[in-house]
Ligand binder design. Structure first.
Ligand code: TXA
Ligand code: MG
Length: 318
């Protein structure tokens, strides 16, 4: 029997028993548990096979709740929350003692966001606690953007995937930390740098730190298909070089024409970045299911959400 369901009251009951529920958000599906339950938080790390040094994001139902869990909100954090919440931006702020160390991997900061999905906001409203939720994929695998992706990964370990349909934004939230109260981008994501800079001015990006990174989840290889994947600036040329293999292509807007392609997906025929982002992970899941020898992904123009998509593609191709 399918574990995909729209039954919020069932999800509430499971979460109140310190167990896990997969929740829809506008970015990707999350594997959620009560932030105040040690049992639930341990279960998140176990189920995902996630290393304990990689901290979790706390999901809250209103910016007002911040005062319960964080010690300090810099002025520019307020501006960002006002501008983008509910929405795909995560703020890393000094934590209060009430936030368990397990969630923050011992750091003195906690990552928080208010997700923009009606079902999950309704769920949060029916709970007495926020939800810790990493993306609902096993460690190092492709993030889930449809309930079926989560079911495929965890059907034996989860009681319910709350069915919120396909995620609208499709890549993870943008993570912003603060150093001396100034915002710094720790992870590129669904809110573009351009949009963020309109609110807080020019912003530094530390997305790519691999050693002792600020966002420890930002390992070089992440979000990866099982199939070997390479990134290309010129599809036709790369296809030609790899002739003879069973090739899958992930194109941005123009279909590559070659008889050597076994399977091809175009992310946005009109070249729309938001559409491409929303389809990215589903396309990688589909390509990974085709028994290909090689996936060739086309690099996008490096601006706006194209930058965030290129970041994910790079991590998928390491
Ligand atoms: O869109 C999203 O953010 C999704 C949905 C479910 O909300 N969640 C998500 O969670 O992508 P996850 O666990 O896959 O990625 C969380 C990232 C990791 O890279 C982690 O290292 C970083 O957030 N992070 C969490 N707490 C942090 C902290 N205190 N300081 C720095 N980075 C932190
Ligand atoms: Mg993740």
């Amino acid at each position: 029997m399918s574990i995909i369901s729209k039954d919020i009251s069932k999800a509430v009951a499971i979460l109140n028993q310190d167990e896990l529920v997969a929740i829809p958000t506008e970015t990707v599906y999350g594997l959620a548990g009560n932030i105040y339950s040690e049992k639930a938080i341990k279960l998140i790390f176990e189920t995902k096979q996630r290393p304990l040094f990689n901290p979790l994001i706390v999901h809250i139902s209103s910016a007002d709740y911040l005062k319960n869990i964080v010690a300090h909100v810099p002025e520019k954090a307020k501006l960002l929350a006002d501008a983008f919440w509910p929405g795909p931006i995560t703020l890393v702020l000094k934590k209060k003692a009430i936030i368990p160390d397990l969630i923050t991997a011992g750091k003195d900061t906690v990552a928080v966001r208010m997700p923009n999905h009606p079902l999950t906001l309704e769920l949060l409203n029916q709970l007495d606690f926020p939800l810790a939720a990493p993306s609902a994929n096993p460690f190092n695998r492709i993030s889930p953007t449809k309930p079926e992706h989560v079911e495929q990964y965890f059907k034996n370990q989860l009681k319910i995937v709350l069915d919120g349909g396909a995620c609208k934004s499709g890549i993870e939230s943008t993570i912003i930390g603060f150093e001396n109260d100034e915002p710094i981008v720790y992870r590129l994501g669904s809110t573009s740098l351009e949009a963020i800079e309109q609110v807080v001015g020019e912003i530094e990006v530390k997305n790519r730190k691999e050693e002792a990174p600020n966002a420890p989840g930002m390992l070089a290889r992440h979000y990866a298909p099982k199939t070997k994947t390479i990134l290309s600036n010129n599809l036709e040329e790369t296809i030609l070089k790899n002739k003879g293999q069973r090739i899958g292509v992930l194109a941005f807007k123009n279909m590559a024409s070659s008889n050597d392609i076994a399977f091809q997906i175009v992310l946005s025929k009109t070249g729309n970045f938001a559409e491409a982002a929303s389809k990215l992970y589903d396309a990688l899941h589909k390509l990974d299911d085709q028994n290909l020898d090689l996936i060739i992904a086309e690099k996008l123009p490096n601006k706006n959400l194209g930058k965030s998509i290129n970041d994910r593609l790079q991590r998928a191709t390491k």
